[in-house]
Design a protein around this ligand. Sequence first.
Ligand code: SAM
Ligand code: DTB
Ligand code: SF4
Length: 344
Amino acid sequence: MKKIRNNWKLKEVLNLFNMPFNELLFEAHNSHIKNHKKDTVQVCTLLSIKTGGCPEDCGYCSQSIHSDNPIEATPLMSLEEVEKQAKIARDQGSTRFCMGAAWRRPSNKNIDRVIKMIDVVHNLGMESCVTLGMLSEDQANRLSRSGLNYYNHNLDTSREHYEKVISTRNYQDRLNTLKYVRSSGIKVCSGGILGLGESLEDRAKLLIELANLEEHPESVPINMLVQIEGTRLYENEKIDELEFVKTIAVTRIMMPKTYVRLSAGRESMSESMQALCFYAGANSVFYGEELLTTPNVEVEKDRELFSKLGMNIEGTNKKTEKFRSSKRKDTEKKHNIHNLKLIN
Ligand code: SAM
Ligand code: DTB
Ligand code: SF4
């Protein structure tokens, strides 16, 4: 992605946050329509290919062995199961498939297996994304040679707040992986979570870290903490809805060409709040009934919302919908599934 601006200062970002709400949204919306196709949303389906048993102690995550109620650990999913899930996602209209694994860092053997999964996704005509924890330079290069499109690796919060959330790795570990991913040629997907007990200044500093990278990430997910029982941050004070919308707007202004993903937490957001986020510059979402270990908005509900808002899914048109609908019938037959909940 072309360099835009990467010398943001804290004071000017705080000034953006302190603008009157309507003025901030208006400025963000103008930046959005100058740089992106209007009323278009990019959709990506998530699949947890290796769940639970993670040695990291991220205070928000149900997959950490440090959680009081850790999710059951599973082995790495079979290629056949990945293919089945990827076909369902494609038939539901998804154009990107993101596979997540609860690892601190993947072994080289597991990288080999993930590369085969990436091939499966490409053969189905979707873009690929993976999120596997920390990578070595060599692993990033191998994934790049496999044709991987995106690597997701979040900074989560500001450098200062980070150690209150995670103690088993540091900020520089995260930045190193992002550096290897960027120099390997894979597109960068990196963002954060709101509702981790961070201050407004922490939110501004997270965005400065991302926007002051040599190149802006192509994709920035903004997650709202999904509070999961047993995790350290369960029952944290919830972030104010309008503060969340403002963070989307500031992200849009600071990184005009980036896809801003309205990520985890949509299930508990009203349609009006999501509509405000789209106005403020969000232009991608996770799509499909599940995130990694928690539920997401139902596909039909999303379809209805997009239709109410006059929004289209990026990369789909009448021809691709017809193709998907015929593929959907094959998938239903092959896996003996009736009535996949989907597009019409
Ligand atoms: N283990 C890898 C890692 O941490 O990079 C990949 C999977 S991890 C679950 C991917 C991202 O999901 C995390 O970096 C975090 O930003 C987000 N996430 C995890 N649990 C979450 C929660 N409860 N609410 C919101 N976002 C969450
Ligand atoms: C991201 O920023 N959010 C996604 C994805 N990248 C991998 C994960 C959200 C997880 C929400 C909690 C769960 O389902 O476990
Ligand atoms: Fe492990 Fe990723 Fe969960 Fe942290 S967020 S505990 S690294 S799966």
